[in-house]
Design a protein around this ligand. Structure first.
Ligand code: NAP
Length: 483
């Protein structure tokens, strides 16, 4: 089956920060892919905006080099790159001053969807949105896209929301969490809400526990200064892991529509019980096997920032009372591997005698490196020799049946096209982000007040011993990272 591509309406997309790392690595290559497969209409225009002085020709050369670096060979030809670059222009704009705004306004067409992607530091969100609004560059139909980090705590997140809301309505604001753009994350919603098979089992009667792991093999080198002010809790848990938890735990929305979905996600965050200190483990990687320690990478010899967090959470509602959610994320772990595992309870009565070592049913949603969904099932081992049981992982993504080209779309590509279509379902609403900070803030404050030292763990391992104990003490175990 070949991927169905429905072109979006014509648009003018302005990328603030178009010369920056994120634009060159993700946004512009993502747009190139949408162009290549025919989703970008003929008269779509992309306008790069940044502080550097350059003309459109120089900008195209910069983007051309980025495409050669970040788009794999079979997906690009000199002709497709040239055709894509012909859609690009550049305007030098100073977010903090007056330069460039008139030129930017003049570059936009009337009666064409306008989207402004702020791929810049959040400290510029307020001034850019104000300029766009007061100069009449943004219309009531325009969309504004903002990147993470959305705040450092509840107070700063509220201030960012207030800045954006001065110039835009909530229905125009698209807060990106690229985990929501992943194919399998959306497939999880399809599995849950488009089948009658799973939803009756989706509760504490049938689900023993849920594990969410986002493991990275790299350290913080290159981002050390930023990361040391942030830590794993702010950088990963408050946003990405929280979003994944919400999608697993939420009630079925009445419609697959932005506010219906986001209302249900907010309810999950609000239902989280206060986490007892013994249910949280913070870790920091130490030197091992020729690799630096965290403090060396972060350039802060006395740092107490966590590069790892594991926690056990309880969602206090009828559906989930009695089913713990275990979350863990960290840097310099044994592999880059992210997954959600929904682990089902054992059958109430076992009729087969030889069941030792059997792991039970688990629905595993793998986000990276290879996206996919599998259902671990127990079956009879084929062939003669009596009733021997074995486990198989059923592929629930059906890549072979549906065609692998369906799975190549990057999260950024999908989300940018949703912005153009005006679909906010996969973007975080302001109250959702604030609820997540309201949950995270007291946990972080307790660490800071207690001057707590994170537990050390070896680079390239599975995290601190204490994180393993978090599950062992409950008679459970983490799935192996990258298994
Ligand atoms: P970056 O490489 O430092 O790029 C920043 C961009 O902002 C540059 O294009 C820069 O223009 C522009 N800029 C700075 N000051 C400006 C001003 N006064 N007026 C107009 N433009 C200005 O940053 P980045 O890594 O791309 O990150 C951009 C945003 O995305 C940040 O909020 C970051 O936290 C977030 N983010 C990044 C990543 C990532 O992988 N990089 C991932 C997730 C989120 P000049 O270069 O021309 O000065």
């Amino acid at each position: 089956m070949v991927a169905r591509v429905i072109p979006v309406s014509p648009f003018d997309l302005v990328i603030f920060g178009a010369t920056g790392d994120l634009a060159r690595r993700k946004i512009l290559p993502g747009l190139f892919h949408r162009f290549r497969v025919g989703q970008m209409p003929e008269d779509a225009a992309i306008i790069g905006a940044a502080r550097s002085q350059m003309d459109s020709g120089e900008f195209r050369a910069l983007v051309g080099a980025a495409l050669e670096e970040f788009v794999a060979e079979p997906d690009r030809t000199p002709e497709t790159i040239a055709a894509f670059l012909s859609r690009l222009t550049y305007v030098h704009v100073d977010a903090k001053g007056d330069a460039g705004w008139d030129e930017l306004g003049a570059a936009l067409r009337a009666d064409t969807t306008r989207a402004f992607y702020l791929s810049v530091s959040p400290s510029l969100f307020g001034s850019i949105s104000k300029q766009l609004s007061t100069r009449g560059i943004a219309t009531a139909e325009s969309r504004i896209v903002v990147e993470k980090p959305f705040g450092h705590d509840l107070e700063t997140a509220k201030a960012l929301n207030a800045d954006l809301l001065q110039a835009f309505d909530e229905t125009q604001i698209y807060r990106i969490d690229h985990y929501l753009g992943k194919e399998t994350v959306q497939n999880l919603m399809a599995l849950r809400f488009a089948n009658s098979l799973f939803e009756p089992l989706w509760n504490s009667t049938h689900i023993d526990h849920v594990q969410i792991t986002v493991a990275e093999s790299i350290g913080v080198q290159g981002r050390g200064e930023y990361y040391d002010q942030s830590g794993a809790m702010r950088d990963m848990v408050q946003n990405h892991l929280m979003q994944l938890l919400c999608l697993i735990a939420m009630e079925p929305p009445s419609r697959f529509e932005p506010n219906a979905v986001r209302d249900e996600k907010v309810k999950v965050i609000e239902a989280l019980e206060t986490v007892a200190p013994e249910n949280i483990v913070r870790g920091q990687y130490r030197a091992w096997n020729g690799k630096n320690d965290y403090r060396g990478d972060a350039g802060n010899p006395a740092s107490r920032t966590e590069s790892f967090v594991a926690m056990k959470l309880a969602v206090a509602n009828w559906r989930w009372a009695g089913t713990p959610f275990y979350l863990r994320t960290g840097k310099r772990l044994r592999a880059r591997a992210s997954e959600i595992a929904v682990v089902f309870r054992d059958p109430p009565h076992m009729i087969f005698p030889k069941m030792e070592g059997r792991k039970g049913n688990a629905l595993v949603i793998r986000l990276q490196p290879d996206e996919g969904i599998t259902l671990r099932t127990t079956i009879k081992e084929p062939g003669p020799g009596g009733m021997r049981l074995t486990e198989v992982a059923m592929d629930m993504t059906f890549a072979d049946a549906l065609g692998s080209d369906l799975h190549s779309q990057d999260a950024y590509e999908r989300l940018i096209m949703d912005v153009i279509r005006g679909d906010q379902t996969l973007f975080m609403r302001g109250d959702e982000v604030e609820a997540a900070w309201a949950w995270a803030d007291p946990i972080i404050a307790a660490w800071e007040d207690g001057n707590q030292q994170p537990a050390a763990y070896d680079s390239g391992g599975s995290g601190p011993e204490e994180a393993l104990m978090l599950m062992h003490q409950d008679g459970r175990r983490w799935r192996a990272i990258g298994a």
